[in-house]
Write a protein that binds this ligand. Structure first.
Ligand SMILES: [Fe+2]
Length: 399
């Protein structure tokens, strides 16, 4: 497999990897790996600003082929220029992208880069300095975008459902969630950078695990699960092999301990409580939340509220309560102003968010309009729950 610049692409070449859009409006996969390129497809990729793609094939053969074509194209261009004396096109200055477009370009760019770094077809032994730089830029972009826009996280988490490659999408979503949790925990920007870097790379060790086990839709056998359990340690070693001082000890331990549980029943080491390094405890929550709310071959996605109920319920056993509290503050499904339905059949508007964000204070609408209920402290309403957004389901990430 080689990376071929867009100008060297020729009809008949075969894509080695999916190509994702970097467009400001969607993140879909433009072409799937295994596609035989046509002239129209190449024109489409160029029009969408794709700079290079991964092509299956022997480097020499492809280079010889493209060199030959290049000669012919240059010759043809020369003739056209001489015969038609084409007027020179006035260069048009590209319009400045809006802040929204810049953020969306960051996402498309990050997904493409992660696709290149986590090569599903090859076992990753270490990260090149170039790959490390790219991860660092992605981390900087995520931190900047999230800290500049309060609505960014929620919007992107939902928008990313359109991108169909689970692995890279998962890494990026866990990184975004983890960044927001880091901000809610009051971490410094430098520490947040370690959090997001570890989150982006937390599952890189899976590149060494049999791919059939990774994508198996049914329950894993005991020996398959034992195999999966190796990935945190493999990931840790990949980062360690990537050069001394390339990653801080916090990033390394975040990757190594992201499957530990607060009660000591996790893996690979079974450490517990605050002995589990902070980044490992943060990624654990974000990882499970994203897995529950994603569409998997074997089950439908849970809603945000369902997944948050689960996470709250598993605080103290699977998760650290300090982290789940920060998580719920970071990703509140019912912010002030949201119209919600209640389990007693009524509906109302959220007028205040409480410490338990799943039990806000509501002003009832319709019958008994104006009544205010604090679901977190009013004992008359202990059994009443928010069941969703009024007038429609709360948007699930994928269907
Ligand atoms: Fe993992």
């Amino acid at each position: 497999m080689i990376i071929v610049p867009i100008d060297n692409l020729r009809e008949g070449m075969v894509l080695a990897k999916d190509v994702a859009s970097t467009s400001a409006t969607d993140y879909r996969t433009l072409l799937m790996r295994g596609t035989f390129l046509t002239t129209e497809m190449i024109a489409m990729l160029r029009a969408r600003g794709i700079k290079s793609v991964n092509i299956v094939g022997d480097r020499e053969a492809v280079m010889a082929e493209t060199a030959h074509h290049q000669e012919m194209v240059e010759q043809a261009e020369l003739i056209i220029e001489e015969e038609l004396e084409l007027p020179e096109e006035e260069p048009v200055a590209p319009a400045e992208p809006t802040p929204e477009e810049v953020k969306n370009q960051h996402i498309g760019h990050a997904l493409n880069e992660l696709n290149n770094i986590f090569d599903e077809n090859h076992e990753v032994k270490e990260l090149s300095q170039e790959a490390v730089q790219k991860v660092s830029h992605i981390a900087d972009d995520i931190i900047a975008d999230i800290s500049n826009d309060a609505t960014y996280l929620g919007n992107q988490m939902i928008a990313l459902q359109n991108y169909d490659d689970y692995t890279y999408k998962h890494c990026l979503r866990v990184a975004m969630l983890a960044t927001s949790v880091a901000a809610n925990l009051g971490l410094s920007r430098a520490d947040a950078k370690d959090v997001v870097t570890a989150a982006l790379l937390h599952d890189i060790g899976k590149s060494s695990i049999d791919h059939d086990i990774i994508i198996k839709p049914s329950k894993l056998t005991e020996s398959e699960f034992e195999e999966i359990k190796r990935h945190p340690y493999i990931g840790y070693n990949i980062l360690k092999n990537s050069g001394e001082k390339t990653f801080s000890p916090n990033v390394l331990s975040g990757v190594l301990f992201h499957h530990e549980k607060y009660d000591g029943s996790g893996y690979p080491t079974g450490i517990k409580d605050k002995d589990i390094p902070l980044i490992g405890r943060i990624i654990a929550v974000c990882d499970v939340f994203d897995a529950l709310t994603s569409n998997r071959p074997y089950r439908k996605p849970w809603s945000v509220a369902e997944a948050e109920e689960y996470i709250l319920g598993a605080s103290g056993s699977h998760f650290d309560f300090d982290i789940t509290s920060a998580f719920l503050r970071a990703f509140n499904p019912y912010p002030v102003g949201t119209m919600v339905s209640l389990s007693d059949g009524r509906h109302g508007i959220v007028i205040e968010t409480n410490q338990n964000v799943l039990r806000p204070t509501i002003r009832i609408q319709g019958e008994n309009s104006g009544e205010e209920i604090d679901l977190s402290s009013d004992f008359r309403f202990l059994s009443v729950m928010v069941t969703g957004i009024y007038g429609g389901q709360y948007p699930k990430f994928a269907e």
